[in-house]
Design a protein around this ligand. Sequence first.
Ligand code: MG
Ligand code: ZN
Length: 226
Amino acid sequence: MTRLKEAVKAEEGEIYDIELDADLLKVNEELAAKNRELLRKHNVTAIDVMGAIGSGKTTLIEKLVQALKGKYRIAAFKGDLTTTIDAGLIGKHGVEVVPINTGKECHLDANLVRKAFKRINLAEIDLLFIENVGNLICPADFPLGSEKRIVVVSVTEGPYMVVKHPFIFMRADVAVINKKDLAQAMGVDVKKLETDVKEINPNAKVVATNCRSGEGVIEVVCALGL
Ligand code: MG
Ligand code: ZN
């Protein structure tokens, strides 16, 4: 059963862009604080899932939904430029999904998440997954008001994805190193990626996964404290 809601669409010029104006970052932070307040009022734990295109964000969310839907009432927001493919994949697991289409922009912001709140009833959920637009750079600068932030990186992205993107790992609570089953074929050392994360952010919890098979997903649940 797919429970896809109508997509939230960004208006022209609606997305605040850090490159254009640092003040807009501050506006985003204020809106994120309001989002957090609203989520707390309704006892909803929101988790922002960031990572490059193809890293496995959607698959991770699907597996987390499967593992947790007996325990929590779950909804999801899915940021993408124009498509609702991922939203449909998550929605197949019987949870309500709001696609957020950003148009040309490469990240979600607190304002769009705020608009998406209007499509769901926060009183009826406990847990909200927010899949960000596939990108390892600017989502880091745009907090959404979530309780926790996950960044997913896969071994197929090569050995330097962590060290090349320190800011997103600095801001993550949990780092997921996905597709560990392909590490040998890719010639990538999972342990080295784990060490790279810890060097950038000693407080981050690091979990190696194969989200496709579900390996490591329970460890992600534990790392999120769920
Ligand atoms: Mg996805
Ligand atoms: Zn962006």
